[in-house]
Design a protein around this ligand. Structure first.
Ligand code: HPA
Ligand code: ZN
Length: 340
């Protein structure tokens, strides 16, 4: 890539809308927290853990990701994890981030949702004073039952009030195949009734029909990944028509073998067909890079032009769940930067 474009990307104000905070836990911090909390890990060194990051599909990653998250026990742990991500996001000139967390991963170990949110909020409030705005999205684990998701939603109800400025939506993640969005129609209806924003992972490993279900049954505001939408021309036309954003994660797709080579990534095809795609890191500690690295990888492999990169950056701001005023302010900053 030409160095001027790389530099422009690196310093551009951008939004990251698909980042699992548990996926930002670097091996060094996993070991530090394991020691602090007396948690036994299945790996005896940082190197051994990192060496296990050779994934063949989504499930092979999730097994290790949940094991890594097992070191999180106290509010301080959630604060430390989030603060480490905040530092990386600021380095990458992220102006706004919408962060996912997986409460069921923690409640299963006796850690309350309130503990997790308090720690995450501590770091995000501090980030706000350093120029990084943010929102938080509670994700349901789709491999667990609908009853479990409903119980999680009920437990989180007081938090949606207490942290109304931050905790603004619900999402759906974990093992996609065999767990279609339709399984969670009722809990998403409850979230919608409360006025929460709605997102769901769909069309990462799952078929285009899962994207239709996310739109028609869950009534999501954005689709996470959604890259397999390209297999259905009617779906692509609809996404473009309705300006539905897809939060695409190039390095994740490569590491989880959704595409066997970055040059085969469908991001440019979706962009060409008018779909509002934008770039994210997903689980940066596991997939080899934070958000800027994702831009570099895809821009390089797909030979994206200056104008296409601008569209991706602008899409990230347009697709964020902030007020029109905040959004316009960020777009003005991007425009000023891009013209330089
Ligand atoms: N897909 C599904 N679930 C996840 C992911 C993902 O990419 N990352 C963390 N949980
Ligand atoms: Zn994800």
């Amino acid at each position: 890539m030409n160095p001027t474009l790389a530099d422009k990307i690196a310093h551009a104000p951008k939004a990251e809308l698909h980042i699992h905070i548990e996926g930002s836990l670097e091996p060094e911090l996993i070991f530090e927290l394991a020691k602090r909390n007396n948690v036994k890990l299945a790996y005896d060194s940082i190197e051994a853990l990192r060496a296990a990051y050779a994934f063949t599909d989504l499930q092979s990653f999730l097994d290790i990701y949940y094991a890594g998250a097992s070191v999180l026990l106290t509010e301080q742990d959630f604060y430390d994890m989030t603060m480490a991500y905040v530092e990386r996001a600021l380095e990458d000139h992220v102006a706004h981030t919408e962060i996912f967390f997986d409460p069921q991963t923690h409640t299963e170990r006796g850690v309350s949702i309130a503990t997790a949110v308090a720690g995450i909020e501590g770091a995000l409030a501090e980030a706000e004073t350093r120029g990084l705005s943010s929102r938080l999205i509670l994700c349901f684990l789709r491999h667990l039952s609908e009853e479990d998701a409903l119980a999680t939603f009920d437990e989180a109800l007081p938090l949606f009030d207490k942290y109304a400025h931050r905790l603004i939506g619900v999402g759906l993640d974990s093992s996609e195949r065999g767990h279609p969005p339709s399984k969670f129609e009722r809990v998403f209806a409850k979230a919608r009734e409360r006025g929460l924003k709605l997102v769901a992972h769909a069309g990462e490993e799952g078929p285009p029909s899962y994207v239709y279900e996310a739109l028609d049954l869950l009534k999501v505001d954005r689709v996470d990944h959604g890259v397999r939408s390209i297999e259905d021309a009617q779906l692509v036309a609809r996404l473009a028509d309705e300006r539905i954003a897809l939060t695409v994660c190039p390095l994740s797709n490569l590491k989880l073998c959704v595409f066997d080579d970055m040059t085969k990534h469908t991001l440019k095809d979706l962009l060409d067909q008018g779909v509002r795609v934008m770039i994210n890191s997903d689980d940066p500690a596991y997939f080899g890079g934070y958000v800027n690295a994702n831009y570099f990888a895809v821009v390089d492999a797909l030979k994206l032009s200056d104008k296409e990169v601008y569209t991706l950056l602008r899409n990230s701001l347009e697709a964020s769940f902030v007020s029109a005023e905040e959004r316009d302010g960020m777009i003005a900053r991007l425009d000023a930067h891009w013209k330089q």
